[in-house]
Ligand binder design. Sequence first.
Ligand SMILES: C[S@@+](CC[C@H](N)C(=O)[O-])C[C@H]1O[C@@H](n2cnc3c(N)ncnc32)[C@H](O)[C@@H]1O
Length: 293
Amino acid sequence: MRGDHVIFRIPPRNLRYREIAKKREDRLAWWPRAVTQPFPRATAGTPLKVAAHGVATSNSLGFQTFMPSIFNTTIFGEQFDTDWHMQGGERATMLYLLNAVRPQVSVEIGTFRCGSLRPIAHLSKRVYTFDIDPNQHRAKTDFPNVEFVTGDTAVTLQPVIEMLSSGEDSLDFILIDGSHETEGVRIDIEACLRYHPRKSPCIIVMHDSSNPVVRQGIMAADWNGCPYVHGLDLDFVPGALYGRADIRNQIWGGLAVAVLLPEPRSGALEIQANFSHSLHAFDQFVHAEHRGE
Ligand SMILES: C[S@@+](CC[C@H](N)C(=O)[O-])C[C@H]1O[C@@H](n2cnc3c(N)ncnc32)[C@H](O)[C@@H]1O
């Protein structure tokens, strides 16, 4: 970060992307939180509460949501603090990537209550968002630059990816956060890997990459079969083992990130997974608890 500007780090040898990034730099002055918003102040004597990471509560509609916290409202601002089902580190990473890439076109799999769609739509020229549940597409009219595609992505995603692959505009950002079943995740990823970036890098972000079922789906996808994938990190942001009642002893969260470039890679793809050891330790802990040790 330099002042308010975020610089997209480019591999030093890759001069073409440096040029692209240079052009983008003048568009990077934006930062998510409107700095004009006054910071909420605690009055003297206000007792401090310990923030329980991801404590679930119900809003007036009866949905499970995440308790608004001082971190969300001050750091992300209210415009991005509505029903976004990601933790702070995941949100910060998403915002950094979106701000750095400033996508011409983005794809989001898993609209849900438009939580992640808000920043994606704000920072992309055009967005396609997918959800199997038509209820999640009620807010259509709030997003003039977004096309809402309703249905199972096993059917709906591939035609859109192929259409984008042969179109003029570049698909620069994809969030995969739809099906959380192994096969569903694999199918979504493989549909995305049919995209051939022709002008600029395409960043694929996969949520809940620490969840064992989702992770299996990510690992089952044919990454090596796609020549444009140059990097895959399963633990770009690691997830956590939860203690709260509804998901006790389950691992959720985490962002995996893949980078696709226009030219084919040479050699096999190296996959990074720095937190596999921690996830394995979580697993052993859970099994020990089940055995009552
Ligand atoms: C975890 S939520 C997405 C959360 C959202 N990205 C956010 O961060 O606020 C997952 C969404 O994916 C949708 N979904 C699940 N399986 C799907 C499928 N096969 N095709 C399309 N959407 C699916 C669900 O209906 C749900 O709304």
